[in-house]
Every structure is written in C-alpha cells, then in structure tokens.
Design a protein around this ligand. Structure first.
Ligand SMILES: CC(C)(COP(=O)(O)OP(=O)(O)OC[C@H]1O[C@@H](n2cnc3c(N)ncnc32)[C@H](O)[C@@H]1OP(=O)(O)O)[C@@H](O)C(=O)NCCC(=O)NCCS
Length: 136
C-alpha cells in the first residue's frame, strides 16, 4: 500500500485526530522505529521503543469495515510487538470512538487514563483521549 493510498483511507477515517498527509506516511514508512501491517483495505502502524509498543494508528476503508480486517490488523500489530519482545502496548483513542474502543476491548486492552481536552476537533471543539494498554 502506498503513502497516497494510506492518506486516502486515513482522510475517510478521521476528523479528530486530524488525518495524516502523504508525506507523514512516507516518513513513517522510512522510520526504523515504526512497523506497518496491512490488509486488503487497511493498515496500522506500531512504534517499538524498548519494552513498550505504541499503536500509532489503525484504519480500514469505510466500505470494508465489520468484515474482520481491523481484527486481523490488530492481531498482527500484537504479533509484531511480541516478536520485538515488548512487554506492553499502549494507544490513545478519542473517548467517543465506540467502534475502535470495542475492538480494543475485544483484544484485551484496558483503560489506563483519560487525557482531558487532548484532541482539537473540527470547529475548535476539544475531546478527551482515553489511554489504553495491554500487557504482552
Ligand atoms: C476501528 C476499525 C479499524 C475497526 O475495523 P473493522 O474492520 O470494522 O473491525 P472488525 O470487523 O475486525 O471488528 C472487530 C470488532 O470490533 C468491534 N467493532 C468494530 N466496528 C464496530 C462498530 N461500528 N460498533 C461497535 N463495535 C464495533 C466489534 O467488537 C467487532 O467484532 P464483531 O464484528 O464480532 O462484533 C474501523 O472502524 C476504522 O477504521 N475506524 C476509523 C479509524 C479509527 O477510528 N481507528 C482507531 C483510532 S484509535
């Protein structure tokens, strides 16, 4: 999947946090600290830092959702972090993002903290972030 295709899926998937640009995806692909996993209609990036992994983003094209791709991406993210001998994985998610939070709970993530007014949404509206984690 190319950076352009990723940016397109991201733009269809996010208002807050804002969608990432083609250049941002190209930079992530070039980074030695990030790993990408892909599926037919989606992708995820995980960053490895010593014993900790962070899920940076995950997105499936809106036309292909509820068909198991998000689950498969997340399983591959967890496998990537385990293969790198990480002990824990973290992520941040907008607290109103029910589909993503349901997905993360289904794979054993637990809420750790809330970051108040963390995201700047459209029209200047701020949203809280939930920090979730899972022991590996
Ligand atoms: C979150 C996302 C990646 C899930 O992808 P997906 O391919 O639809 O996920 P799956 O089909 O594998 O669903 C797995 C589970 O997640 C949960 N889930 C997914 N979409 C859901 C929804 N709309 N409502 C409630 N639960 C949902 C369910 O538990 C589901 O299991 P089930 O289908 O057996 O009920 C997708 O909705 C997406 O790209 N959203 C926009 C980007 C985003 O919000 N990313 C996360 C940012 S932190």
């Amino acid at each position: 999947m190319t950076p352009k295709q990723m940016a397109k899926i991201h733009a269809l998937s996010f208002k807050e946090p804002r969608p990432w640009s083609v250049k941002e995806f190209a930079d992530l692909l070039a980074s030695p600290h990030t790993h990408i996993v892909t599926s037919d209609n989606g992708f995820a990036f995980v960053q490895i830092a010593g014993p900790e992994a962070e899920l940076l983003t995950i997105a499936v094209h809106p036309c292909a959702r509820r068909n198991g791709e998000g689950s498969n991406l997340l399983k591959n993210v967890l496998g990537t972090a385990e293969a790198a001998q990480c002990e824990e994985i973290f992520l941040e998610v907008v607290e109103t993002n029910e589909p993503a939070i349901a997905l993360y709970h289904a794979y054993g993530f637990e809420n750790r903290a809330t970051r108040k007014d963390y995201y700047n949404g459209p029209n200047g509206v701020k949203s809280h972030a939930v920090v979730m984690h899972k022991k590996l």
